[in-house]
Design a protein around this ligand. Structure first.
Ligand code: HAM
Length: 426
C-alpha cells in the first residue's frame, strides 16, 4: 500500500502556496505597522509547560496532546498552542527586564492537537498569534483585537462577528465559582463524568461541555457578568470604549468562556457569518492572561493575545468567494521557435529576471503551439516569440495577452517597456 499523509494533516500544493505566501506577507506587514516583533520557539516543549500553562483540566491537555518520551526518557509534547511557549521564553530569556514593556510578539507556525478532523479542524494546523506581555492597559486589549480584525479585512473578508466577554479578576471568578458549584452540585450525577471532575477542579469548564450542553441547568447557570466586581467591570468598560473609538463593532456574550485555563478579564472570539460554513465558525480566539507569567516562574507581567489558524482563514475566504494569491503569476513567457533560437530565449529570460520581471520558457522540447498553450496555462501577462527573423533583425514583438496587442521593439527595449507597462497598471 502507498504511504499517505497521516490523518488530520495535508500538503500545501503549489497551486495553493501562493495564497499562504500572500497571507504570510500580510501578517508581516501588519505586525510591522503595529510594531509586534516575531518570536520563533521550538515545536516541542516539556510536557509540564502545557500542563501548567494551558491547564490540567482542559480538553487540550487531557485529550489532545501529542506527547512522547524521547530517547533520554523526558516527556515532551508537540506544542498544541503558542501562548505557553511564548510566556516560557519571556521568562527564560528575561524579556521582562527589557525597558520597553509591554513586549509585543507574534508567531506563525504549526500546532498539533489530536482532534477529530473535519473542515477547519486539523491535527496539524498553522496558527498566527500575537502576545503583548507586560501591560494591563485596556488600550492594549483593544489594540490586539483590532490587529486580528485588520488582518481579516486586509485579505478581503467582510462577514465577521467579534464577540467579547469579561472573565473578571480572581475575586470575581471565585465568587462566580462558588455560585456555579451551588448551582450544579445537587444534580451533578446527571452530568457526564468529565463534568463531575470539573465541578471540583474547574466548574467554569462545565459551561463549555459538548456532551451536556442541552441540560436545562446549563441555560440557567449563574452568569459571570453578575459577579464581576467594580474593578473588573470598569476594565471591561474601558476595553469596549477603546473598541468603539476605532469603530470596531462587537457583541458582548456573557456565555463566552474559552477552552484554556489561563484567561481572565477580556476574552474574545472572531466568528465568520459567511454562508456555507460548517459547524465550526470560530476564526480566532484570544484573551487576557494576567498571572500566567507568574505561574511559569516570572515576575508579575500581565499579558493578552490571540491566535487564529490559517486553515480557517482560507476556509472563510472560500466561503466569501474572495480570491487571493494571484500576484505570483508569470509575467513573461518566452517562446523559442527551434533549437537555434533557444539560446537567445534563455538569455532573454535571464535578462528579464535580472530586471525583476518574472519570466519562464519551455524546458520540455515542446513545439511552438504547445509552448503558447503552456504560456496560457501559466497565466502569462506577455508572450515573446523568438525565431530566425527576430534573431537576424534584432527586433521582437511583445504580445500583451489580455488585449492581444503587439508591439515591435529591439531586444534591449523589452525589459524597460514591460516595467513601464507594469508601473502604469499599478
Ligand atoms: P484556541 O482557541 O485554542 O486558542 O485556538 C485559537 C485558534 O486556533 C482557533 O480560533 C482556530 O482558528 C485555531 N485552531 C485551534 N484548533 C484548531 C484545529 N484543530 N484546526 C485548525 N485550527 C485550529 C489558543 O490557541 C490560544 N493560544 C490563543 C491565545 C493567544 N490566547 C492568548 N494568546
Amino acid at each position: 500500500m502507498n504511504i499517505q499523509a497521516p490523518r488530520g494533516t495535508y500538503d500545501v500544493l503549489p497551486d495553493q502556496s501562493a495564497k499562504w505566501q500572500e497571507i504570510e506577507q500580510k501578517i508581516n506587514d501588519l505586525c510591522r505597522l503595529y510594531q509586534y516583533k516575531e518570536i520563533r520557539t521550538p515545536i516541542f516543549e516539556h510536557t509540564e509547560l502545557f500542563q501548567r500553562g494551558v491547564g490540567d483540566t482542559t480538553d487540550i491537555v487531557q485529550k489532545e496532546m501529542y506527547t512522547f518520551q524521547d530517547r533520554g526518557d523526558r516527556s515532551l509534547t508537540l506544542r498544541p498552542e503558542g501562548t505557553a511557549s511564548v510566556v516560557r521564553s519571556y521568562v527564560e530569556n528575561k524579556l521582562f527586564g527589557m525597558p520597553d514593556q509591554p513586549v509585543k510578539l507574534f508567531y506563525t507556525g504549526p500546532m498539533f492537537r489530536y482532534e477529530r478532523p473535519q473542515a477547519g479542524r486539523m491535527r496539524q494546523f498553522v496558527q498566527f498569534g500575537v502576545e503583548a506581555i507586560g501591560s494591563k492597559d485596556p488600550a492594549i486589549d483593544a489594540e490586539v483585537i483590532s490587529l486580528a480584525m485588520d488582518l481579516y479585512r486586509s485579505v478581503g473578508l467582510e462577514k465577521l462577528r467579534l464577540v467579547i466577554n469579561s472573565l473578571g479578576d480572581t475575586e470575581s471568578r471565585v465568587a462566580h465559582k462558588e455560585a456555579l458549584i451551588k448551582h450544579f452540585e445537587p444534580s451533578i450525577n446527571e452530568f457526564c463524568s468529565d463534568c463531575q471532575t470539573r465541578l471540583e477542579k474547574n466548574p467554569l469548564r462545565i459551561l463549555d461541555c459538548k456532551v451536556d450542553r442541552n441540560h436545562p441547568l446549563m441555560a440557567a447557570a449563574p452568569s459571570l457578568a453578575d459577579y464581576l466586581n467594580a474593578e473588573s467591570q470598569a476594565y471591561f468598560d474601558e476595553v469596549q470604549s477603546y473598541l468603539a473609538s476605532m469603530d470596531i463593532d462587537f457583541v458582548v456574550d456573557p456565555n463566552l468562556v474559552r477552552g484554556l485555563d489561563y484567561y481572565n478579564h477580556t476574552a474574545f472570539e472572531i466568528m465568520s457569518d459567511a454562508e456555507g460554513f460548517g459547524a465550526i465558525t470560530t476564526l480566532a480566539g484570544g484573551g487576557r492572561y494576567n498571572g500566567l507569567v507568574e505561574d511559569l516562574g516570572g515576575p508579575e507581567s500581565p499579558g493578552i493575545g490571540f491566535a487564529m489558524s490559517i486553515e480557517r482563514l482560507l476556509l472563510a475566504l472560500e466561503m466569501e468567494k474572495v480570491e487571493i494569491g494571484q500576484s505570483n503569476n508569470l509575467e513573461v513567457y518566452v517562446v523559442a521557435m527551434d533549437e537555434t533560437t533557444k539560446k537567445k530565449a534563455f538569455s532573454v529570460v535571464r535578462d528579464l529576471r535580472m530586471n525583476g520581471i518574472s519570466a519562464d520558457m519551455d524546458f520540455a522540447g515542446r513545439k511552438v503551439k504547445a509552448q503558447m498553450k503552456s504560456a496560457d496555462r501559466k497565466g502569462a501577462g506577455f508572450v515573446i516569440v523568438i525565431g530566425e527573423t527576430e534573431l537576424e533583425s534584432g527586433n521582437v514583438a511583445l504580445k500583451e495577452m489580455a488585449t492581444g496587442e503587439q508591439q515591435e521593439m529591439a531586444f534591449e527595449e523589452l525589459a524597460g517597456t514591460i516595467l513601464k507597462k507594469k508601473s502604469l497598471e499599478e
